[in-house]
Design a protein around this ligand. Structure first.
Ligand code: FAD
Ligand code: EPU
Length: 351
């Protein structure tokens, strides 16, 4: 370990993914200090072969083994770079747990991340799909991302514009084998208006007696309560949160579909010409909520969450996902796209 990383050959990844499906990598490196990445690349397996960067495995489905090296950044320091009273610049190592960081930020009097409470995973994975919940996205607070660029073999700093954040999207997600995120720099304000418009948030604040002018910690508590009530806990039943992205359609197409299918929720999207549909609603309307094929199932609590009832393989969960997407396409003409990264198989868009 003195070299800043540890290596394990023929590593099992079963305990490293929240679906808890079996999978292996030829070698797994746990990197304690990011400076050691350069040394690791002296090994052919890391510099030339396929490389999987793994966080806490809460947004990945192993439909097969990983045919090469895997690497996880374990450094987790939080450092205040400068603090100008109104806001501060904070640098967080990629291996820090996201929710620990959210709690740290609230505990230090910053606001903004409260709506992103309880999202599983690491800080390093947050920019990959620009994690978001309850009307807020991490990209709003990210100033820059430090990443090792496998293409040039050097460390790079990408500012927010270069990260290309979108709904569950970024340059990192589009080029998964190129970037190893080592740290993220945030700009955290001390004052900011809360975003309370997402369905259920104000009602939950009322329930905990925090209506009127809530504090950030109370907003966080309301979000945690909503999330806990809606989403199955991966510690109890294997899952990766939403399995599909909410489909984004041209506004006219979304409204035409909603007219044909009364009750279909249509949400605003960043781009004024498009609308987001509820994938959960489409799946539930096809009768999939709570159904299972062997140990692979659709959660009975939330139709967008696929679950592992026990001994499902990743390939079986993927087969179920394909059936669900095929049914949604046949009934609504809408092609669902998976949110988690799928390893060991290709996703084919239903048509
Ligand atoms: P992993 O699952 O390990 O990796 C995910 C992807 O990021 C992979 O492609 C991986 O290669 C890449 N990656 C990870 N770390 C790095 C790195 N350091 N450098 C380069 N690439 C990297 N997501 C939301 O946006 N909003 C939610 O509300 C939400 N709710 C969830 C609820 C549950 C119960 C679960 C299980 C998941 C939920 N998710 C949600 C998805 C998940 O929490 C996020 O995508 C999270 O950021 C994944 O973090 P991770 O460390 O587990 O990443
Ligand atoms: N709905 C159903 N059936 C269900 C569940 C929901 O019809 O079983 C409908 C309801 O009409 C509800 C609507 O779907 O009003 C939206 O549901 P919810 O508020 O749970 O949000 P979501 O669109 O399903 C998205 C994110 C979540 C995030 C929440 C809150 C995506 C793909 N998912 O889910 O993120 O936590 O909003 O902001 O955008 C994740 O990415 O893993 C994730 C959990």
């Amino acid at each position: 370990m003195s070299q800043g990383y540890s290596l394990l050959d023929e590593a099992s990844l079963e305990g490293r993914n929240t679906f808890r499906v079996p999978a292996r990598a030829s070698v797994l490196a746990d990197v304690i200090c990011a400076e050691a990445i350069g040394d690791l690349f002296a090994y052919d397996l890391f510099s030339n072969g396929p490389l999987l960067v793994l966080g806490e495995g809460s947004n990945i489905l192993f439909a097969g083994d990983w045919p090469g090296a895997a690497l996880a950044i374990r450094a987790h320091a939080i450092t205040v770079l400068h603090d100008e009273g109104e806001a501060a610049r904070v640098r967080v190592d990629a291996g820090a747990n996201w929710n620990d960081f959210v709690r740290w930020s609230l505990g230090h009097g910053f606001v903004g991340l409260e709506n992103l409470s309880l999202i599983p995973g690491t800080v390093g994975a947050a920019p990959i799909q620009n994690i978001g919940a309850y009307g807020v996205e991490a990209g709003e607070f990210i100033q820059s991302v430090e990443a090792f660029d496998r293409q040039t073999g050097s460390m790079q700093r990408l500012d927010r514009a270069e990260c290309g954040f979108g709904y569950r999207d970024s340059v990192f997600r589009r080029m998964p084998e190129r970037w190893i995120v080592t740290a993220v720099e945030f700009e955290l304000p001390r004052r900011r208006e809360f975003r309370l418009d997402y369905a259920g948030v104000r009602e939950e604040l009322d329930r905990i007696g925090a209506e009127g002018t809530p504090r950030a910690a109370q907003v966080a508590e309301a979000i945690c309560r909503l999330r806990t009530a809606k989403l199955p806990d991966p510690m109890v039943i294997g899952n990766a949160g939403s399995f599909f992205k909410n489909p984004v359609l041209a506004a006219a197409d979304a409204h035409a579909l909603a007219q044909r299918h009364p009750g279909l929720p249509v949400f605003a999207s960043v781009d004024a010409g498009t609308r987001k549909l509820s994938a959960a609603w489409l799946i539930e309307a096809c009768g999939w909520k709570g159904r299972r094929q062997g140990d692979a199932g659709v959660s009975d609590r939330h139709a967008l969450v696929l679950v592992n009832h026990g001994r499902a393989s990743g390939a079986q969960i993927l087969a179920l996902a394909r059936r669900v997407a095929a049914d949604v396409f046949a009934r609504f003409g809408v092609a669902l796209e998976p949110e988690p990264r799928i390893v060991g198989a290709r996703w084919e868009t239903p048509q």
